[in-house]
Ligand binder design. Structure first.
Ligand code: F6R
Length: 609
């Protein structure tokens, strides 16, 4: 949460920083701000509450010359989203500008000391203390000053600091939250993720825990908090600016939904061997390690949790292992019964979600082996896990996750099949057959996408509803949860997903005349039971919207509206049923005139507890 960017080079810093902020805005949009330092030492700060567009309007036409800049998009924690709480924050003299992502937990103690020593506080934020501390401690070496301050800070932070007297230096520091360096020619960058600088360079380096980065035009130096230089590897980002732009779509989410067939191909690519079996060296587990697994625990949050639930069905069916799926925010505070023979799979698009990260640390402290399933190379979760399986979905900018969830599900199927292959719980021909089915999924998803006109029409009729229920059974149940989450986060409609068999135990009381109930009912062994449930809600007045397989007429008598998907194996149906749910939620939000990419109160990459 919060996006930060820093730049030193030969270009107009304001343009570079604003470009970075545009791509980072998905991380928070409560306010935005920039600081630009000119060659003759004039430090100018502009900031504004609300979306980046407000800041851009405020600074339009203002002269803000300089080739060094820092910027911030905020997701408010300490203090409401006002102009005066927007970053960058300054010290008393206006010589120091600081942007910050995270929470400084001991800031009240630090503020008390600063006030006693005569500093004047101008915001409600925890961040401002850093600017005043730099003011107090700076003696000509900004990096040393930041290192000394970091030693006194508690909590999570990424800080980016500029000082009027250092026109060729941006200093950044990280603890617990993401920070990436962008390595250019005669210019260098730092950002919350590579999208901050992808328009300028595709060479990146991850910053590790408690490291401080000195970014100069000529190069970058990374040290630990004691000041010892730390060498590190750079990596090449294999996607470009086009992947991080809307490409003619009104919203990123619409583009990301459309990108799913290609994203699935990327996830599968290179992982299927010539003999039709799977090759997953990335798990870094010997065959014996895999045979020794006694249980699997999947930890994740939000939509990633729903991918984890789908994974449970696949792993149990194919690898014959007991699987639990846990919300990371609960798991991290429990006493789970896990150990060396437990494989923990942490599913996270961003690889930075605070609850999932802490759950990973918890699991590792209990000696479990942790596999990260993530979209983000070099993310904290991938680095802190024993192994990482990258989902290769490409950048996902819209706050609501779509192609990332899709590729997570594909990754979970791959893990399930690989464990089955190695443990011998499915014979090789069966594994080959399932992999062949997976290879067909991109085309099937494309087919679903090509049919979405009627779903957009349906969305118009749901836009005025204030409550929608989603029902599913077996692998349809996680999709009911996902459909409900998407609708509530995007369209602000109260939506709940239930296992269809559960509704008679309480939720059916919610049904009134005309209550929309969306039923995920592809062809499946449990379908007859599901149809009973559809009849139950219909008999009580529900308006039923049913997602059904082509040619399946068993549901039609009980459906007010039918959304068709092509046939596939029942275990794989979430890969198809999820698509109309995504399209529907985006279309309902658009019909309600809402910002699909940046729903209220949310941010992508939830790095606070
Ligand atoms: C919903 C959504 C969130 C995320 C959740 C976990 O559309 O995007 O629920 O799935 O915040 O995020 P990651 O996967 O980055 O750990």
């Amino acid at each position: 949460m919060c996006g930060i960017v820093g730049y030193v080079g030969g270009q107009d810093a304001l343009e570079v920083v604003l470009g970075g902020l545009r791509r980072l805005e998905y991380r928070g949009y409560d306010s935005a701000g920039v600081a630009v330092l000119s060659a003759d030492g004039v430090l100018t700060v502009e900031r504004k509450a609300g979306k980046l567009a407000n800041l851009e309007k405020q600074i339009a036409g203002l002269p803000l010359p300089g080739t060094l800049g820092i910027g911030h998009t905020r997701w408010a924690t300490h203090g409401p989203p006002t102009d005066h709480n927007a970053h960058p924050h300054l010290d008393c003299s206006g010589a120091v500008a600081v942007v910050h992502n995270g929470t400084i937990e001991n800031f009240e103690v630090l503020v008390a000391g600063l006030e006693l020593r005569g500093h004047e506080r101008r915001s409600d934020t925890d961040t401002e203390v850093v600017a005043h501390l730099v003011e107090e401690r700076y003696a000509g070496d900004l990096a040393a000053t930041v290192r000394s301050i970091c030693r006194d800070l508690e909590g999570s932070f990424v800080l980016v600091v500029a000082h009027r007297d250092e026109p060729d230096l941006v200093v950044a520091a990280r603890r617990n939250l993401p920070l990436v360096i962008g390595l250019g020619e005669g210019e260098n960058f730092v950002g919350s993720d590579v999208t901050a600088f992808i328009a300028h360079t595709r060479e990146a380096r991850a910053v590790e825990q408690d490291q401080v980065v000195e970014v100069r035009r000529s190069g970058v130096t990374v040290t630990d908090l004691a000041g010892t230089v730390v060498e590190g590897e750079s990596y090449h980002v294999d996607w470009d600016t086009a992947a991080a732009e809307k490409g003619g779509h009104e919203f990123f989410m619409l583009k990301e939904i459309e990108e799913q067939p290609a994203a699935i191909r990327e996830t599968l690519g290179g992982r299927l061997q010539e003999d039709g079996l799977l090759h997953l060296d990335e798990l870094s587990m010997s065959d014996q390690d895999i045979r020794d697994i006694e249980q699997v625990v999947i930890i994740a949050c939000g939509s990633s949790y729903h991918s984890g639930l789908v994974g449970k069905y696949a792993l149990e069916r194919w690898a014959r292992l007991p699987v639990q799926v846990e919300m990371a925010s609960e798991f991290r505070y429990r006493d789970p019964v896990i150990g060396r023979s437990t494989l923990v799979i942490a599913v996270s698009q961003s690889g930075e979600t605070a609850d999932t990260l802490e759950a990973v640390r918890h699991a590792r402290s209990l000696r479990a082996k942790v596999l990260a399933v993530t979209n983000t190379i070099g993310s904290t979760i991938s680095r802190e896990s024993d192994a990482a399986l990258y989902t290769r979905g490409g950048p996902e900018v819209a706050v609501a996750s779509t192609k990332a969830v899709m590729t997570q599900m594909i990754a979970m199927y791959l893990v399930g099949l690989y464990l089955a292959q190695v443990r011998g719980t499915r014979d090789p021909d069966e594994v080959r057959a399932h992999l062949a089915d997976l290879r067909e999924v991109p085309d099937l998803v494309q087919e679903v996408l090509d049919r979405m006109g009627s779903v957009r029409t349906l969305a118009q009729s749901l836009a005025t509803e204030d409550r929608v229920l989603f029902l599913g059974r077996h692998v349809g149940y996680p999709m009911a949860l996902e459909g409900a989450l998407k609708l509530k986060e995007l369209a602000y409609i109260s939506a709940e997903g239930f296992p269809a068999g559960e509704i008679k135990h309480g939720p059916i009381a919610l049904i009134e005349q005309g209550t929309p109930v969306i039923v995920i009912a592809p062809r499946h062994a449990l379908q007859a039971k599901l149809i009973n449930n559809v009849q139950e809600v219909r008999a009580r007045g529900a308006r039923t919207i049913v997602i059904a397989t082509d040619g399946d007429e068993s549901v039609t008598p009980y459906a007010d509206t039918v959304i068709r998907i092509p046939d596939t194996k029942s275990l794989l149906t979430p890969l198809l049923t999820i698509v109309p749910l995504q399209v529907l939620s985006a279309a309902v939000a658009m019909a309600r005139g809402l910002d699909v990419d940046q729903p209220r109160n949310l941010a992508k990459s939830v790095t606070v507890e």
